[in-house]
Design a protein around this ligand. Structure first.
Ligand SMILES: [Zn+2]
Ligand SMILES: [Zn+2]
Length: 288
C-alpha cells in the first residue's frame, strides 16, 4: 500500500503541469457543450413557433363576402363594411343599389309602405322636418324615437305627445339626423307614407311619384350645416339614378295643411350646396 501511495504521489508531482492542462481542457469542453445545448433549445423553440403559425394559417382560411351592390365576391379584409353589409368599393357603398337602397345609409325597414305603379320612377323629392317629441332634439338626441315611430315601435309611455300620434302609420324614405346620419326606411322603388293629401302642379297623391326626406328639426331652430351637407350628397346620389327629380317642401304640396320644412330651412343654402338648377326647385328659394 505504502509503495502504491508513493508511486501516485511521485506521478502527480512529475506530471503536475500536464494534469492542470487536462483539467482546463475538460472544463473548456464542458462549457462549449453547455452553450451549444442552449443554442439548440432556442432553435427548436423557434422552429416549433414557426410551424404553429403556419398551421394556424392553414386552419383559418380568409373569409369571403359579397358586395351587396354588384354581387362580386372578395376577402372580408378588403371589403367596406356598413352595419352587417359589405361593399367592394366606396363608389358602391355610396350609391343606390338596384333594389333602391342606399349603401351608406343605416337601414331600418318600415312596414308603412306599398307598391308604386309598375315601372314608375319617382320624379319629385319632398323635404320635411320632424322632431319627436316636438323640440326634443334640443336637449338630447331624439333620432331613435323617429326611427321607432316609422317602424311602429314607438313606446308611447315615454312621452304624453307619443300617445297623440300612437295610431299614425307613417314613414319616409330617408331621415337625416341632427348629426348628419342618414337612415333609410323604404326602398325608393316603393311608396313611403310621408306626403298625405297633396298636389304637385295638379298631380295628386304625391306619395305615388315622390321620395320623402325628413330632416330632424323644427320651425324654431336652424338646421345643422352637416344636415345640409348630408342632404346635398343624398340629393346628388338620388339624381344620379332619377335624373328628372325636382325638389319641393311638404308645405309646397300641401299648403295650409303642412308647414314643414318651415322658415328655418334655407332653400338658398340647399341650392348652393347642391348646385341643382333653379328649374328643379319650382317653388323658388324664398324662405317659407
Ligand atoms: Zn360592388
Ligand atoms: Zn312633412
Amino acid at each position: 500500500m505504502l509503495v502504491a501511495d508513493l508511486l501516485w504521489k511521485s506521478f502527480f508531482r512529475e506530471h503536475d503541469v500536464l494534469i492542470k492542462w487536462l483539467l482546463l481542457f475538460a472544463g473548456a469542453c464542458a462549457l462549449y457543450l453547455w452553450i451549444k445545448g442552449k443554442k439548440q433549445t432556442k432553435l427548436d423553440r423557434d422552429e416549433a413557433a414557426k410551424l404553429k403559425a403556419e398551421r394556424s394559417k392553414v386552419v383559418e382560411p380568409e373569409v369571403i363576402v359579397r358586395c351587396l351592390h354588384c354581387s362580386v365576391h372578395l376577402p372580408k379584409s378588403e371589403a367596406i363594411q356598413q352595419e352587417d353589409r359589405f361593399y367592394c368599393s366606396r363608389d358602391h357603398l355610396d350609391s343606390l343599389d338596384a333594389q333602391g337602397w342606399m349603401g351608406s345609409a343605416a337601414w331600418r325597414i318600415s312596414p308603412n309602405q306599398d307598391f308604386r305603379a309598375e315601372d314608375l320612377a319617382p320624379d319629385l323629392v319632398v323635404i320635411h322636418h320632424i322632431s319627436l317629441p316636438p323640440g326634443g332634439f334640443v336637449d338630447r338626441s331624439s333620432t331613435q324615437f323617429i326611427v321607432d315611430f316609422f317602424q311602429n315601435k314607438l313606446d308611447v309611455s315615454l312621452h304624453p305627445y307619443f300617445q297623440e300620434i300612437a295610431d299614425q302609420r307613417v314613414s319616409s324614405h330617408f331621415l337625416i339626423s341632427r348629426s348628419g346620419e342618414v337612415y333609410q326606411f323604404v326602398s325608393t322603388q316603393k311608396k313611403a307614407w310621408h306626403a298625405g293629401v297633396s298636389s304637385f302642379f295638379g298631380r295628386e297623391k304625391c306619395n305615388d311619384f315622390s321620395i320623402g326626406i325628413e330632416l330632424e328639426g323644427d320651425s324654431n331652430h336652424p338646421f345643422e350645416d352637416i344636415q345640409y351637407s348630408a342632404l346635398a350628397k343624398l340629393s346628388a346620389q338620388l339624381s344620379a339614378v332619377y335624373p328628372t327629380l325636382q325638389f319641393a317642401g311638404h308645405s309646397d304640396i300641401a299648403p295650409g295643411r303642412k308647414a314643414d320644412p318651415g322658415i328655418q330651412f334655407s332653400w338658398n343654402k340647399f341650392q348652393a350646396k347642391t348646385g341643382i338648377s333653379l328649374k328643379k326647385i319650382p317653388f323658388g328659394l324664398d324662405p317659407r
